[in-house]
Design a protein around this ligand. Sequence first.
Ligand code: SAH
Ligand code: SF4
Length: 417
Amino acid sequence: MNFYDSDKLRTLLFENGFLEISSIEEADIVIVNTCCVRKHAEDRALSFLGSFKNKKNNKVFCLVGCVPAIYKEEIFKKFDFIDIISGPNSYKKFVERLKKYNGGKIAIFEEDEGFLKELIVPQISEKFTSFVAITKGCENFCSYCVVPFARGKLISKPEDVVIKEIQTLIEKGIREIFLIGQNVNEYGKDIGGDFVKLLKRVHNIEKILRIGFLTSHPKDISEDLLNLFSELPKLYKHLHLPLQSGSDKILKLMNRKYTVEKYLKIVEKVRNLCPEISITSDIMVGFPYEDEKDFEETYNLIEKIKFDDLYVFKYSPRPHTEASKMPDTVSKEEKERRHQLIFNLQNKISILKNKNMEGKIEEVFVRKKSYKKENTYIGRTMNNKPVLIETKKNIEGEIVKVEIKRGERHYLFGILL
Ligand code: SAH
Ligand code: SF4
């Protein structure tokens, strides 16, 4: 979401005559876009900013995105060299004010009107692949999560606007689209739309060769959506379905509104419908009151489900959230230990899963050339696993047939057939 936002902001800035340069030293304006979903992300953004404290040199410093959205004017007290702050739903107003800026402290949190009704097609940082945000905000209030406070209410982008945005991206050469939202399954709730219908419509666009989506919330995922994995040939057979915890007690405290049993049913159903599907997930360790037994339930469930990959996070309290009012019961060292145990377990599972791909013939969409290795291209298998292909032929942006020769932790290695 932040990459997408940065690209969108970049586009607005370019349209208004600003230029991007590679050296911060020479810049007149420095804009830092921020994420606050975990304390670690926030700390990184603020310490990056802190490194400029003593070298202001008449630059205009701007802090945008989710960190200022939750701390508001307090930011000025902490970093007195910052000139402008703006939330993630106010980029149009931010650029307008930046154009006219002639000193003083400015805070912009008033949301842009009809933001999603107007087309801002992000400047593309990739040649063939792009995100397209279909919703902004979230109203689920999972107890650990700051997103509803930073990004506000759920607002869906009208179907026609999504399609227009994709068409503009196609003109720029894009062939692979990832529809993104905090919970794509809730797309359309506010405007009478429907995610399954939208996916089908995007799938009908001839020039789009590959489609993916994230994130799905287990409480809302529908059978109709799962059926699409076998119905739509251009849709990646990949489901990112955050589990968070394998303990019903913790899931309840997290306000996730599903049980382990329900989660397992979804996994079973989708694997029956589409055996080659890859399933990835998010896990959080060290949530308040997570004891050894809860952790073991999570560990055992991961061993049972065997995800293709996992993102494992250590819980950190976030401002405004319900969980931040609970005691942070798990020590730093214990969070680290639990994190490491799951990390090691997942490494083993991912290697096994990728080894299982060896010998398979795959249709691969080739996204780009590798920066690291000569005559090597990076593509994705139909179940959205990255594969490296060595060839002297230029295959960028094409669909090619590949035999998978080797599967390692993070990559598959294939030869062009
Ligand atoms: N909308 C998505 C997730 C957005 S945040 C969803 O509903 O799944 C991405 C991931 O960050 C979450 O799945 C969660 O595992 C993690 N996360 C969110 N808040 C966190 C916190 N306070 N501490 C640690 N991890 C957190
Ligand atoms: Fe946060 Fe839950 Fe909304 Fe995801 S669904 S953004 S975790 S509140």
